[in-house]
Design a protein around this ligand. Structure first.
Ligand code: NAD
Length: 341
């Protein structure tokens, strides 16, 4: 597309990392977007940095609550363009009231996230993280590294949207039985892939050797994994969460690990990740005691919200975000499924 220089759109990009900048710049050649890349996150206090911008572009840990939206609205911001799928960090009702449009990236590469979930599972189960460290120390002992065959075990997929479905399919490839739960089951897909839907979440929890969470964070899904649901899980099961940290009650998770009920936990997201994940804190002190406790378990594997981080996903995220920002100029329509308000 060619643009009229008079209609340049100014976009303030919060929480920018070098890979965001590169992907957005590549995707926006000839789109008439003037980027203001900011490294800090968007909050009520930093919203003033969006002065002169008609668009703000945000990620998973920017705090787009009502006070922040009020500052943005006063400055004339018309669009909050999320460069992610989930929008739990945006007060959607307030945005609507303040006449700010909110868009997201409805789908990019579900494979990027699903493959990361499986990477966590394989690493944890076969203790690759421990083996890697041992061998580098010239410790070639195998004691304590016993895993189990995934073949013929049961995987429970909670949420069979785009990412849950791909994860289920990959695990079917290992010869696992896949049990799924979703209030809106996709029976056609289940039939094609040999996945079974459980009639209730409790059935999935009781019968799964591996549980992987793929739901958005909503008031209903908050603390899906908590003391009562951990009680229902098979002793010795593995939990994977690549969706949103608050799907899991961290205190209950630590208890489940200490009691041995959970044999392994793979997390790409953490309830209190804001201000920690994506940052290099290696020279300092970790002030989050629960995260510090989680990091002491040999059977807990944590990555810093990187499941989306593939070339394909970054390119697609940038393409959709740029298309939505361009559409806010009024000449084109938003990418289908992007508009939240
Ligand atoms: P999606 O909208 O395609 O699917 C979500 C599914 O969850 C839907 O089928 C929905 O019916 C189901 N669901 C809703 N409430 C449920 C409940 N109570 N129990 C069971 N199922 C329920 O979303 P998606 O693209 O598959 O993404 C899922 C989530 O993954 C996102 O909301 C986001 O939080 C997370 N995510 C994480 C990363 C990462 O880098 N770690 C990247 C992208 C997405």
């Amino acid at each position: 597309m060619t643009w009229n220089p008079a209609s340049v759109i100014t976009a303030a990009v919060f929480d920018t990392k070098p890979y965001d900048r590169e992907a957005l710049q590549q995707a926006s050649a000839d789109h008439g977007i003037e980027w203001h890349f900011l490294e800090f996150r968007l909050t009520q206090d930093t919203a003033y940095a969006a002065k002169n911008a008609r668009v703000v572009c945000v990620f998973v840990n920017d705090q787009v609550d009502r006070p922040c939206l009020e500052v943005l609205a006063r400055q004339g911001v018309e669009l909050v363009a999320l460069r992610c799928t989930g929008f739990n960090n945006v007060d959607v009702e307030s945005a609507k009231e303040l006449k700010i449009t909110v868009t997201r990236v409805p789908a990019y590469s579900p494979h990027s996230v699903a493959e990361h979930a499986v990477a966590l599972l394989l690493t944890l189960n076969r203790k690759i993280h421990r083996a890697f460290n041992r061998v580098r120390e010239l410790n070639f002992s195998l004691n304590g590294l016993v895993g189990f065959d995934l073949y013929a075990k049961t995987a429970g997929i909670v949420g069979t949207g785009k990412i849950g479905r791909v994860t289920g399919q990959i695990l079917r490839g290992f010869g696992m039985r896949v049990l799924a739960y979703d209030p809106f089951p996709n029976h056609e897909w289940a039939k094609q892939t040999g996945v079974e839907y459980a009639e209730a979440p409790s059935v999935l929890l009781r019968n799964s050797d591996v549980i992987s969470l793929h739901t958005p964070l909503t008031p209903e899904t908050r603390h899906t994994i908590r003391a009562e649901t951990i009680e229902l899980m098979k002793p010795g099961s593995i939990l994977i969460n690549v969706s949103r940290g608050a799907l899991v009650d961290t205190k209950a998770l630590i208890k489940g690990l200490k009691s041995g009920r959970l044999a392994g936990v793979g997390l790409d997201v953490y309830e209190e990740e804001e201000g920690i994940f994506f940052e290099d804190l290696s020279g300092g002190v970790l002030h989050d005691d629960e995260l510090a406790r989680l990091l002491t378990f040999p059977n807990v594997l944590i990555t810093s919200h990187q499941a989306f981080l593939t070339d394909e996903a970054l390119t697609e995220i940038a393409r959709t975000t740029v298309a939505n920002i361009s559409a806010s100029g009024g000449q084109e329509s938003f990418v289908e499924g992007s508009v939240v308000t």
